[in-house]
Design a binder for this molecule. Structure first.
Ligand code: GTP
Length: 393
């Protein structure tokens, strides 16, 4: 038979499980984990004090238990705010918590009323639930969307539940004999109270997990030095774009961009300045390409720019625009040593595979280097045999 005591013990067990799950994430350095862990640890203690009603003195099972639980509720909120990088309204939390606890003390020692004690804590719980709902934004980011939505829905549902709970006991519709009163209505509202920690901790764990996955995926898909997408990300996007172009008989251009005599920059100014020049190069490329174009660092001082839905003429214009945008002194080199790039352009041909497109763009790049650097060469303009000879993709 379900009872408030069994609910309390099940919730305590759930908090232990949540604490273990959160501990497994503690090495991830995700903000908020510490506060969520502390909240669950404290919740276990608070719930055991609630369950000790009739065994331990009332000041422990009422004042202390409620006081501790109010702190756990606040800590959950602080965890979400920290996780999202938002400021913590500490004073508001303290004032609300102390007012709520004062209500508990007053309606225990001053004027005994369990209903009003429940109302007093429900107001704080509901407020914190709505505050969590308002803090967690609805996001379109694929990897975060599910966990954020889950938390928002959980926080809102619990907020509404606690509002009803507070109102129900406020209008004195039912005066329970004790918190552990087994009446169905008391049991139902008690369940809403005990769902707070597991419900919101589940949301917190999902958010932390999603954050870790999202950061790992970002690191795998972005170059650490320049922030540009990596070779791996480029191959993925290029595969998709080529398939789309084939389906829609569209036109795709590929630029391979390589810094000229980059070794000299490193040798003259040092590797650190070389790194800054690479960052500058990426910023300049990103500044001149269209929103639909995709730039990635293939490795070293070589970059690729994919130009979807682009004709040969437009691709040549884009390549030339890129070359001139880069043919300027690099601020990182102090006096402003010029750096230039050579660019190989290839347009996707009917039925062509990605490897072949890369090979032809690479041959065009090689030809641009051979012809004196700081220029754009188009694969279509090269004799076929030179593409085969120079290609290295
Ligand atoms: N600073 C820095 N240098 C890098 C990085 N990756 C590759 N390089 C350097 O880029 C240089 C490339 O040299 P090369 O392949 O000889 O090419 P280059 O000097 O640009 O000559 P060309 O391409 O023929 O014009 C090497 O000195 C690499 O050490 C990097 O992440 N940071």
């Amino acid at each position: 038979m379900l009872s408030t005591l069994s609910l309390l013990l099940v919730t305590t067990a759930l908090s232990v499980v949540m604490l273990l799950v959160l501990s497994s994430l503690s090495g991830s350095k995700v903000a908020g984990i510490r506060e969520w862990g502390q909240a669950n640890g404290l919740a276990i203690v608070a719930l055991l004090f609630f369950a000790s009603r009739g065994v331990l003195p009332e000041v422990l099972s009422i004042e202390l238990a409620n006081g501790l639980y109010l702190v756990t509720v606040a800590l959950m909120y602080v965890g979400f705010r920290r996780h999202l990088g938002l400021p913590i309204p500490s004073r508001l939390l303290w004032v609300g918590g102390i007012a709520s606890l004062a209500g508990v003390v007053f309606f225990h020692i001053g004027h005994e009323s369990l209903s009003m004690r429940i109302t007093s804590v429900s107001v704080y719980h509901a407020g914190v639930c709505y505050a969590i709902f308002a803090s967690v934004p609805s996001t379109r980011e694929r990897r975060l969307r599910y966990s954020f939505s889950f938390t928002r829905i959980a926080a809102l549902s619990l907020g509404v539940g606690h509002t009803f709970r507070g109102l129900f006991y406020l209008v004195d519709a039912y005066e329970p004999v004790s918190l552990l009163d087994p009446a169905a209505i008391n049991l139902a509202f008690f369940a809403i109270g005990t769902l707070f920690m597991p419900g919101l901790t589940l949301g917190a764990v999902m958010m932390a997990n999603a954050r870790v996955l999202s950061e790992t995926a970002y690191a795998a898909e972005h170059d650490h030095l320049t922030g540009a997408p990596t070779r791996r990300a480029f191959f993925e996007v290029a595969g998709r774009e080529l398939a789309r172009a084939r389906r829609q008989a569209g036109s795709v251009g590929l630029l391979l961009v390589d810094a000229d005599h980059f070794k000299r920059i490193n040798d003259t100014y040092g590797h650190g300045v070389g790194d800054q020049v690479l960052r500058d190069l990426v910023q300049r490329i990103m500044g001149v390409i269209r929103k639909n174009d995709f730039c990635a660092r293939l490795g070293g001082e070589e970059f690729a720019v994919l130009l979807p839905d682009t004709s040969m003429e437009a691709a040549l214009v884009a390549a030339e625009r890129l070359r001139t945008a880069l043919d300027r002194p690099a601020p990182a080199t102090g006096a402003g040593a010029p750096y230039t790039v050579s660019i190989g352009l290839a347009m996707l041909e009917a039925g062509e595979e990605f490897d072949s497109l890369m090979q032809r763009a690479d041959a065009a790049l090689y030809a641009a280097k051979e012809a004196g650097r700081n220029r754009v060469m188009c694969a279509q303009a090269l004799p076929r045999h030179s593409v085969k000879a120079a290609g290295r993709a």
